[in-house]
Write a protein that binds this ligand. Structure first.
Ligand code: PLP
Length: 385
């Protein structure tokens, strides 16, 4: 049976992770080496020359990431933003234009708006990521249509297949940030996207103990360009980080099922809470993206956002009062996190088209017992004193 025919959970545990031929170790070793002995000048063993270019631990992670996204090539980076920066510089030139959703991750927007514009990038944030909005934003110099689905933090859904078609018709390529869904819930390359981006810091690593990023593609020429820039720019994932990420990925399938179970329960509970004015969760039937999410995702994920009555002060107070939900940025780990996007993860978007509502609370629902999580939210949202 080839890896192509294996189920997701099997690939997560085995792709790129054959037992070590010398010792039989079932876990790929951490190759903490910068360089490799050559058998005579130019005599490389399996192409290993210098670890910025290629390292066996990182290679194991990259093979696994590619297998999980049904891609042919993956590249692992020091962070999600390092992956994004490498992608932009590899594929864009001054004067090129990028279209992206107006509620994309604040750090991605900051990279476009504060870093990439300095060397000539133009961009248009689309009001919604509906295919008509994207089509209207595409210009003759548009090179990339960037999607996040679900988005951070409003959980908007884009129709990846329809938008990929529209972008390709206009000669642009489609990048999907798959961080919120993880490879388990959604595989954008299968839906027509050209490049998948991950902050592997989140669900892929899954334990809040490592920062990393990845790009996954199918096209060989695109892969060649990305490999060249990864090596030339050097923002690669080190062997320890690659190993930790790979270790986390082994349990991705079971973790995601539990994240989804818990998030579905909490989202439904929030819809009935008197202090909650709106719940954002694509699994709810009245979510505007519910049908598309049901079509392109296996389940609806572990992220839930909600607005509360009482404005910013009330939202901040709920975050401060949570105990089992840890107050902190990031997401996708086994432990539940709560945060106020306006003052925390998305503070850099203040005053921009990507500013988030001030009464918004974001939950990264972990894999603890759902009853305990609901008990904590109950006390955090109890009467204000
Ligand atoms: N994309 C999304 C959707 C994110 O949430 C994040 C980080 O929060 C990033 C990209 C950036 O990843 P990193 O923090 O690993 O650089």
């Amino acid at each position: 049976m080839t890896a192509d025919h294996q189920g997701f959970a099997t690939r997560a545990i085995h792709a790129g992770q054959a037992a070590d031929p010398r010792t039989g170790a079932v876990v790929p070793p951490i190759y903490a080496t910068s360089t490799y002995k050559q058998d005579g000048v130019g005599g490389l063993r399996e192409g290993f020359e210098y670890s910025r270019t290629k390292n066996p631990t990182r290679q194991a992670l990259e093979e696994c990431l590619a297998a999980l996204e049904n891609g042919r090539h993956a590249f692992a980076f020091a962070s999600g933003l390092a992956a994004e920066d490498t992608l932009l510089r590899a594929l864009l030139a001054p004067g090129d234009h990028i279209v992206f959703p107006d509620d994309a991750y604040g750090g991605t927007f900051r990279l476009f708006d504060k870093v990439a514009v300095k060397w000539g990038l133009e961009y248009t944030p689309t009001k919604d990521s509906h295919v008509d909005g994207v089509r209207a934003a595409i210009q003759s110099n548009t090179k990339i249509v960037w999607l996040e689905s679900p988005t951070n933090p409003l959980l908007n859904i884009s129709d990846i297949a329809a938008i990929s078609q529209a972008a390709h018709d206009a000669g642009a390529i489609v990048v999907v940030d798959n961080t919120f869904a993880s490879s388990y819930l959604q595989q954008p390359l299968n839906l027509g996207a050209d490049i998948v981006v991950h902050s592997t810091t989140k669900y892929m690593g899954g334990h809040s103990d490592v920062v990393g990023g990845a790009l996954v593609v199918n096209d060989d020429k695109l892969a060649e360009t990305l490999a060249f820039h990864s090596n030339s720019m050097g923002a690669i994932s080190g062997p320890f980080d690659s190993w930790l990420t790979l270790r986390g990925i082994k349990t991705l399938a079971v973790r995601m099922e539990r994240h989804c179970d818990n998030a579905e329960r909490i989202a439904e509970w929030l819809t009935r809470h008197p202090r909650v004015t709106r719940v954002f969760y694509p699994g709810l039937e009245d979510h505007p993206g519910h049908e598309i999410a049901a079509k392109q995702m296996r389940r609806f994920g572990g992220m839930v956002s909600f607005q509360v009555s009482g404005g910013e002060e009330a939202a901040v107070e709920i975050c401060d009062r949570a105990r089992l939900f840890t107050l902190g940025e990031s997401l996708g780990g086994v432990e539940s996190l709560i945060e106020h996007p306006g003052r925390m993860t998305h503070a850099s978007a203040a005053g921009s088209p990507l500013e988030v509502p001030s009464d918004l609370v974001r939950l990264s629902v972990g894999i603890e017992d759902a009853d305990d999580l609901i008990a904590d939210l109950t006390q955090a949202m109890g009467d204000r004193h």
